[in-house]
Design a protein around this ligand. Structure first.
Ligand code: G6P
Length: 622
């Protein structure tokens, strides 16, 4: 969803803001804007609906010079995606400009009050309220107060006073017309990172715009306000006063956020999966003890052994990974696992035993519902863990412990490498919990061997790309698809259907293969392909019977099977063979051709694969 950038330093701010906003495009947006302080001419904003290219064209015709600036990509919540509603927004008569991520829940009350005070609103956004509110507090600075001599303390006070009146969430960057040497930022529930350059500072809502600019970063925490001049950063906490900030090293490199010759980020990330899985396992397999090991769970084996139930919570693709985890953990560790949508868990009040352990599964670590579910479970006193990709993200920070995926930045909106990395981490957790309980040494060793072979199996599955492309072109005009699998491969079916929906806008349903007789079979006709995900497992013959049922009704069948499957060829219209692995890892291999299928169908239909309509990479609103 929305993205933020800011710059203060000797360069033209737009030289960072525009490429920075392009790096944030992946988050999903429908308008964009920048504002810079023009020397002696106040703050100048340029905004446009649609892509950053539109904004850039406007700036080429009418540049916005200045070494201090802010920028924003907006994903509309309050008010349509119009030029007027695009950020930055001005406060008062242009004394303040802000760009904002998040949602202000009490904006209507504040707006009514500000209108009564004489403020005029140009947009329907909740953000404009923040700008006017800061302006109204700014007017309280006494004319004889020397703001610069007071090391800008009065400005911090102004912003804190305005923020104290807001209910909701914000990541904010703020410019002041009368203090053109200052850039401010503030955070509550919406991430902000400051990049430390030499005589310059950068601000961004995630690390990607900073890559290649600086590797020194400062994470801004909730309730902190940052004030930057070109040579100094001060961070002030609402309750603790001025806080010392630690500068950390950003471990992302330019290659991680660039296309590197691929047509789309999604395709690049599909091909990165063997490496991502290797990274997820690096240092975490312990053949001597026939188990997995994790550095950051922050609970002793004694405490973890007490857990008699695991609750996994997540949204979207991460929820599907949670379902894979349920099958894996129940099979290997025999601990009951429940997988709950975070948006449901946050408001439900499930009766859980004392020894329940919560795992929040999230690529971004910022998904609003997942964060709220984690906080609710934490509030109730359950230990909380994050399985998360983005280092330093809110969920990673707030959880009591957790496991990072180390998959590298995932930029394609349709999640691919994060999914297989999440499933890999969950498989290792299944092994770990299994070995805490009844899983014997031999079985542990076998699981480790399968895990060690997994990256090569996934590489083998990547070889299906050309074959899947042909199949995709054959079926690209169909408007309905079924995805069917059983046991470990049922969540893979859900994930395959979701991928197709997300990027090609085709209606697709994932179902447990046998369950399709209770409804979806009514959809089957010659234009509705069924994609079967089949392994040589205990239910192979049962799934084969389900294939027969589809064929008997004239439905085309695309079958993803394990290499060497000789039986399926007689039945299925199109067969895709992937390497066989252990049952608990098979969905990680079998999902690869499903990712390719969605990708190539979307390309064949002319869809914008990396920026699918209406979707956001990181859903930071409820
Ligand atoms: C959005 C993304 C999905 C993602 C989901 C959960 O819907 O488009 O790809 O699976 O959010 O995101 P998370 O970052 O929590 O895994």
């Amino acid at each position: 969803m929305c993205g933020i950038v800011g710059y203060i330093g000797p360069r033209e701010a737009t030289d960072f803001l525009i490429p920075g906003l392009r790096r944030l495009e992946y988050r999903g947006y429908d308008s964009a804007g920048v504002a810079t302080i023009l020397p002696h001419r106040g703050i100048h904003a340029t905004k446009s609906t649609g892509r950053i290219d539109n904004l850039n064209r406007l700036l080429l015709n009418m540049p916005s010079p200045g070494g201090v600036g802010i920028g924003h990509t907006r994903w509309a919540t309050h008010g349509a995606p119009t030029d007027e509603n695009a950020h930055p927004h001005f406060g008062g008569d242009g004394a303040v400009a802000v760009a904002h991520n998040g949602v202000i829940e009490n904006f209507q009350v504040l707006k009514d009050r500000l209108i009564a005070d004489g403020y005029e609103f140009q947009s329907q956004t909740d953000t404009e309220v923040i700008a006017h509110l800061i302006d109204s507090c700014l007017r309280e600075i006494r004319p004889d107060e020397d703001v610069v001599a007071a090391d800008y303390e009065p400005l911090v006070r102004v912003v804190q006073k305005a923020l104290a009146q807001l209910q909701g969430t914000y990541g904010l960057v703020i410019l002041f017309r009368d203090y053109p040497e200052v850039l401010m930022a503030a955070r509550l529930g919406s991430p902000l990172i400051i990049g430390v350059g030499s005589g310059e500072y950068y601000v961004a809502s995630d690390a990607s715009p900073l890559v290649g600019q600086t590797d020194k970063i400062v994470y801004i925490a909730d309730h902190e306000v940052a004030l930057m001049t070109a040579d100094k950063l001060r961070v002030v906490h609402r309750d603790q006063g001025r806080v010392s900030h630690s500068v950390e090293v950003l471990e992302i490199e330019s290659g991680d956020v660039e296309l590197g010759g691929y047509a789309h980020y999604m395709l690049k990330e599909i091909f990165e999966q063997p490496e991502a899985i290797r990274n997820a396992m690096r240092g975490r397999l312990d053949p001597d003890a026939a188990t997995a090991r994790f550095g950051g769970l922050n609970l002793s084996p004694q405490q973890l052994r007490q857990a008699d139930r695991l609750m996994l919570t997540a949204c979207g693709t991460s929820w599907h990974a949670g379902l894979v985890g349920e099958y894996q953990i129940e099979a290997l560790a025999r601990i009951p696992v429940e997988v709950e949508y975070a948006s449901e868990l946050r408001y439900s009040n499930p009766p859980l035993g004392r020894n329940t352990l919560l795992f929040a599964v999230t690529q971004s670590g910022e998904t609003a519902d997942t964060l709220a579910a984690l906080r609710e479970m934490k509030r109730k006193g359950y230990p909380t863990m994050a399985i998360c990709n983005v280092v330093g993200s809110t969920i990673a920070q707030e959880a009591d412990g957790g496991v990072y995926l180390h998959a590298g930045p995932e930029i394609g909106v349709a999640s691919t490498k994060a999914f297989t990395s999440q499933c890999t981490v969950l498989a290792m957790l299944a092994l770990y919990f299994g070995r805490l309980h009844h899983l014997g040494y031999d079985a542990g060793i076998r699981a480790i061997e399968h895990l060690q072979e997994l990256p090569d199996k996934v590489s083998g599955a990547l070889e299906t790309n050309d074959r899947v492309k042909e199949i995709a072109e054959k079926y690209a005009d169909c408007n309905n698809f079924l995805y069917l699998g059983r046991q470990f491969n049922f969540p893979a079916a859900l994930e395959g259907a979701l991928k197709l929906k997300e990027i090609s806008y085709i209606h697709a349903e994932g179902y447990p293969a046998a369950e399709m007789k209770h409804g979806p079979i009514a959809l089957v006709d010659k234009n509705t392909p069924s994609v079967f995900i089949m392994a040589r497992d205990a239910v192979y013959d049962k799934v084969m019977a389900n294939v027969q049922e589809i064929k008997a009704r004239g439905g085309p069948v695309i079958a993803v099977v394990c290499e060497g499957d000789r039986r399926i060829g007689r039945l299925a219209d199109d067969v895709i063979e992937v390497p066989a692995t252990a049952d608990f890892l098979q969905p990680i291999v079998s999902v690869i051709p499903l990712q390719f299928l969605a990708y190539h169908i979307a390309v064949a239909r002319g869809c914008d694969v990396d920026k699918p309509r209406n979707l956001a990479k990181s859903v930071t609103v409820e």
